[in-house]
Design a protein around this ligand. Sequence first.
Ligand code: ATP
Ligand code: MG
Length: 642
Amino acid sequence: MTADPLHDLDEEQLAAVTAPRGPVCVLAGAGTGKTRTITRRIAHLVATGHVAPGQVLAVTFTARAAGELRTRLRALGAAGVQARTFHAAALRQLRYFWPQVVGDRQWQLLEHKFRAVGQAAVRARAGTDQDAVRDLATEIEWAKSSLITPAEYPAAVARLRRDTPGPAEQVAAVYAQYEELKNQAEMLDFDDLLLHTAAILEDHVGVAEEFRDRYRCFVVDEYQDVTALQQRVLDAWLGERDDLTVVGDANQTIYTFAGATPRHLLDFPRRFPEAVVVRLQRDYRSTPQVVAAANTLISAARGRVAGSRLRLEGQLPPGPDPDFTEHDDEPAEAAAVARRIRKLIADGTPAAEIAVLFRINAQSEAYEQALAEAGIPFQVRGGERFFQRPEIRRAVSVLRMAGGRAADDDLVGTVRALLAPVGLTDEPPAGASARTQWESLLALVGLAEELVAVREGLDLPGFVAELDARADAAHPPTVQGVTLASLHAAKGLEWDVVFLVGLVDGTLPIQHAEGDDDAIEEERRLLYVGITRARRVLALSWALSRSPGKGRQRRRSRFLHGLIPDHHPASRIAESRTGGSKPRCRVCGSPLLGAEAMKMRRCGDCPSDVDMELLDRLRSWRASTAKEQQVPAYVVFTDATL
Ligand code: ATP
Ligand code: MG
């Protein structure tokens, strides 16, 4: 039975869902039902016969989000709607239109972008160490996404007063060399997929007519992160038409480093004056405590992008307060998180309802290891690359080769047997990376099980064909287990329990944002995205050094200052760990370093004009109130208590 697209919608959501075909814009905070609104709108338009499912193209930013859109749409009776990432949609269209327009000349997707940028850097005599090449690759991506050519680059960065990874002329030279190398090899990178798609639709009237005849209704989720290039593709799709629904939250703009800009979202009502514009404020995802933390963090936002100042209004019953934990070192932090997760699972929380989110992918490894050691199943996000993983490519080619021979009726058993030699042992192997590979192979078996349940008579060649189709659509299977993901990859998703880890200055905000106010604000928005992923339990933690025995090398993230309650749990944590014998800051209680700080009895982070008497009275009042009500004013976990 399919669900009614209009059930459980509030008045504003309903207005957006039932608006007539034409421009619609939903500007709203995290967890207010933007994604719900667009899926319902599509389903409603389909159910009322205003549009056929095949005429709708819905785009979003990650493969997982696109997969979830498809799942939600199917449940609402709107199967057959194309829900894809911009890149997957462009890839499909390019494959279809390329032969008509370009003929036999073939192209391949560039797989080793870093290598190509490295070669270009050598030719342009620029820096070629790993960091330099990474920065150049990011800069080229930014330029392409911003529709800036190599020749235009120096003037454009001067106009924008943009920090560049090296002299602008040299970056432009690397960019030009990169383009040339790629063209010579007849390769396209991800941005080229979009560029060529837009160019073909702009230059070939017949192709554009065929496309526009097929797709009539466009929907974009997470519109705050659209780049100039993606907007150009969208405009090419639309032509003169205006049947476009966009939803977004300027406070969740987290890809400006790659050319994204909330300008298109914020300008939408001006561009389409007749648009139905809806603002949503009620948060249906998170407890009031999580919502309060999100509001506190974002209310301190500054600068250009701080678009919507809407405060979220929590709708759910209260849950536990967010907790803050300071650890001596990273392995201790990871081990403590793993211990807590084990307890949560033992107490009945499904592993799939738990996520550990971090700023950079390199942080993942410590958690992969800690979870593997604790015997906890996990998946590492970035699932859109699932089909590019070496073990999956090996597995698919083994299955393809065996395809003709497999006569066995059991198509799950066959897959298992065939994958055993490529690493699918009965028991999970030791070691984090072996374990990750094993989890992905297991996910393939899980997918086979899923498909066999719904498609009678599915054989091995049929399964391989399905894998090819999914690889094409960048639609990886779901791996059940705790999710490990970067904050960027977590956008749009939600879990009951979220651990935000590694919250130290230098990691969040990231080191290279230092000194650039806009970049620091983007880091704040990343933390806002992280906090608003949690439905109920939100645990924030940090470690004072990378490895054991190194003392206090780092300080907790500056963004935590407004979030940790005045009565400051971190002071208690530090006391429980060190016995409380060291001199501490009068205001926040953190250990003091340096003669000046000792003299002032105040750390460099705390203001000097704090009324200590008032603060002490406030602290004891809050502590006694909390005791009376039998609820902790805050929850403190330490390495010792976990
Ligand atoms: P994000 O900004 O993180 O992408 P969003 O605005 O897209 O968030 P959704 O994911 O659509 O929000 O919704 C958040 C949660 O709230 C989901 O679990 C959704 O099912 C629920 N929800 C949304 N609207 C309602 C409603 N009217 N009644 C009950 N639950 C709702
Ligand atoms: Mg959403």
